[in-house]
Design a binder for this molecule. Structure first.
Ligand code: GLC
Ligand code: CA
Length: 543
């Protein structure tokens, strides 16, 4: 399996109002399928006041009018299925929007049926929210504070309330009955909070309270309830686990507490930062490799990895781990660096054409709540220029600019006025131009997925990393029986000499894929950001 992620607002506008929608998606389904993926994950499509662009839901059983309606969703779903693709919805149940009717009812009455759907207190504790200041906001109507781990407009649901868990299961059934194939479950490792909401670790900003809500006391009981629903339908469950360690992830993925098919981890996204919004560092390949290998090795034979380099929460990968100057080379190399690992690849919209970060000249032009509050709070002691540079590096908005379809007006995203800024590089970076170019990033993604799909070794083979301390090369193999694939990726703009791992020396290596044209793979010198995929047969006694 492999998935394509759609963040609909910026994907494709089908009705000319400047906002991506399900009409646009419908028309692009063949394109998505042409990449070689087998499924789509939709970031939230539901009605939402968009305080956090869809991750603040005000109705779980409908489609945001900007994006269409349930009938149009059904058309998309049916067509995706006809094309052989599964469809995952985003299940966001750690919190709702403050405009959700449950919250509205909850504020109105301390005794009504919704009174305990959220966390209300007369006195807040010391937890911080991850998006804006304290995790508690006073509500005039109820005369109490409510908990929100994210923005003020995202009050946390009280999952200890059995009625809330029943609601979650009903929501799951609603979409599964419609024919959806599973869920990507938002910040799912945060849904169980410790009783009494005790104080966090003193003097630890942002995450001081996390020991009381990450992998909380009842998480596996609640997850088991949701799992039972998914199992009735044979549905897939992929959890998002911010701050998750591989050890805690294994509790969700294996054994008696197995409740997820896969877990979206973050470790490999920290090779140039610690949460890029907060602390940016120079890219270090060794950090990337260590994280990848940790997950590959720990899950081997036990579970299945989620493979990704981009999503709607991360800036564009070429701008981070690659080089905009070596745009084509690094964009293709990055594809090879992860598409042959063990697990299920996810490709985020625009990644496959090598979209890069946008650099807007003023903070007012940004949309992302995390960027705005970072600018105001975290970065407030830095100069305006420096603050903006940090936003350029870190903003989630870089992943949220309209997808660049053509070199025409608005990059072919809309015939109207786009809701958000189009990256000015669209004349060069766009799907139409790349479709015509056999050496484009787009066609390289297609080749990678084709190769992967045809090879049992690449799907099921054992992972092993070579030269883990090499600062510029990521070298890994996948082996099954006597077949071995060796993937060599250069993460530098300089030439590097590569040496083969001893087990490969003297073997005949077939070059299956390379991101430079006209090459036979025998030259020991790797060009800037070169990637090669070799296949060979190992002698019986060679291993
Ligand atoms: C997840 C989502 C992110 C959202 C947050 C709160 O991390 O991917 O976009 O802001 O949860 O829902
Ligand atoms: Ca539209």
């Amino acid at each position: 399996m492999s998935f394509y992620q759609v963040w609909i607002r910026s994907f494709a506008d089908g009705n000319g109002d400047g906002i991506g929608d399900l009409y646009g998606v419908y028309d692009k389904l063949d394109y998505i399928r042409s990449l070689g993926v087998d499924g789509i994950w939709f970031s939230p499509l539901y009605p939402s006041p968009n305080a956090d662009h869809g991750y603040d839901i005000s109705d779980y059983r409908a489609i945001h009018p900007d994006y269409g309606d349930l009938d149009q969703f059904k058309r998309v779903l049916d067509k995706a299925h006809r094309l052989g693709m599964r469809v995952l919805m985003d299940l966001v149940v750690n919190h709702t929007s403050d405009e959700h009717p449950w919250f509205q009812a909850s504020r109105q009455s301390r005794t009504g049926p919704y009174a305990d759907y959220y966390f209300w207190r007369d006195e807040p504790n010391d937890w911080d929210s991850l998006f804006e200041g304290k995790a508690w906001t006073y509500d005039e109507v109820r005369g109490q504070y409510y908990l929100h781990l994210f923005s003020k407009k995202q009050p946390d649901l009280n999952m200890d309330n059995e009625k809330v868990r029943e609601e979650v299961k009903d929501i799951m059934r609603f979409w599964l009955d419609m024919g959806v194939d599973g869920f990507r479950e938002d910040v799912i490792n945060f849904i169980s909070k410790r009783e009494g909401l005790p104080r966090g670790i003193p003097f630890v900003p942002l995450v001081g309270g996390m020991i009381h809500y990450k992998d909380g006391p009842h998480i596996h009981e609640y997850m088991a309830e949701f799992r039972a629903v998914a199992e009735e339908y044979g549905a897939v469950q992929i959890g998002e686990g911010p701050m998750t360690t591989v050890r805690s992830a294994l509790n969700y993925l294996t054994g008696a507490t197995k409740s997820l098919d896969m877990m979206i981890s973050f470790d490999h996204m920290f090779a140039d930062c610690f949460y890029i919004e907060y602390l940016h560092l120079p890219f270090r390949l060794t950090r990337f490799k260590r994280a990848v290998s940790r997950w590959q090795n720990a899950l081997a034979g036990r579970s299945w990895n989620v493979l990704y380099l981009e999503n709607h929460d991360h800036p564009r990968i070429i701008s981070r781990y690659g080089s905009e100057r070596f745009w084509r080379e690094s964009g293709t190399m990055l594809a090879a660096s992860y598409l042959f690992l063990q697990g299920t690849p996810f490709i985020y919209q625009g990644q496959e054409i090598g979209m890069t970060n946008i650099r807007l000249p003023a903070i007012e032009m940004y949309e992302d709540i995390a960027s705005k509050t970072n600018y105001e709070r975290l970065l407030r002691f830095e100069s305006a220029e420096k603050r903006l540079r940090r936003i350029h590096l870190s903003s989630r908005d870089s992943a949220r600019t309209p997808v660049q379809w053509t070199a025409g007006p608005n990059a072919g995203f809309t015939t109207g006025t786009p809701w958000f800024h189009v990256n000015p590089n669209y004349k060069r970076v766009n799907a139409a131009a790349e479709a015509r170019d056999p050496y484009s990033i787009l066609n390289f993604y297609r080749r990678c997925l084709r190769l992967r799909k045809r090879s049992r070794t690449l799907l099921h083979g054992r992972y092993r990393e070579y030269f883990p301390h090499h600062p510029h090369l990521f070298v890994y193999e996948r082996t099954l029986g006597r077949t071995a694939y060796l993937i060599v990726c250069s993460f530098t703009s300089k030439e590097v000499v590569m040496s083969l791992p001893p087990a490969y020396q003297g073997h005949h290596l077939t070059l299956m894929l390379c991101n430079y044209p006209a090459t036979d793979g025998t030259d020991p010198v790797l060009r800037p950001y070169e990637a090669r995929v070799y296949r060979t047969q190992m002698g019986k006694d060679a291993r």
